[in-house]
Write a protein that binds this ligand. Sequence first.
Ligand code: SF4
Length: 271
Amino acid sequence: MNEFPSALDHVHATLAELREQGVELRASAASLARLAATPSAAVPAPAPVVETRPLSRPPAAPAGAKAEQLAALRGPVLACTLCPHLVQSRTQVVFGVGNPEAEVMFVGEAPGEEEDLQGEPFVGKAGQLLTKIIVAMGFSREDVFIANVLKCRPDLPAGESANRMPKPAEMQTCLPYLRQQIDIIQPRALVALGATALEGLLGASEPMTKLRGRWHDFHGIPLMATYHPADLLQNQSLTDKRKVWEDLLLVLERLEKPISEKQRGFFLSKG
Ligand code: SF4
């Protein structure tokens, strides 16, 4: 039996697989010409000379419908051990939750204690406020997608229980996973919640007062920056609530959603 056609198929399949994994392939012109000219009954030609080099972008998202692609990504993320110190301390990886077809995606900085225990982002007090905000926008939690830049809870010195902010290097290590989630979902808008999330996404370290309320660009997707719900819980200022709401009205306008007069008036001072 002539095994060359199946060997050739194998070469093609392997090259396709490497491309899907984000590896750029280069073959010499002579090798390609040899490959194209080889008759199926001939003795196998030498394998093409293939150079591989990693691309700067993260690996391509797996093929398939968005839900299937997210499901395929989920396994490797849940098993990730890239940050050994976080692997030691985490209960579990917090992948993200919501609609794979979401028009809008909310991105926070990292899981806190509750999120680490439940395996879902934004389920503590700040998360409950985020859910109220999402409902006020006219969505449900199931309509949108919610994720963090860092998918494991930042570790703490022994005996401490407060959450700590993720470090820039930790966020950079984890960011390719969020990039893949965004590449799969292709939301029409991203909302970065808080300065740390924005720093993780854009590397921006200016104060939120300068960055909120205007559109940024995250690899071609419009990104709105606003305060983290935890900030609103801390200061309870009507002015800051209104600022967040104005940022989200811009998101609704961008998504061409109907906005009622009641919605336009949320958190406006009556005085
Ligand atoms: S934080 Fe991200 S990169 Fe680090 S171990 Fe967790 S999932 Fe992996």
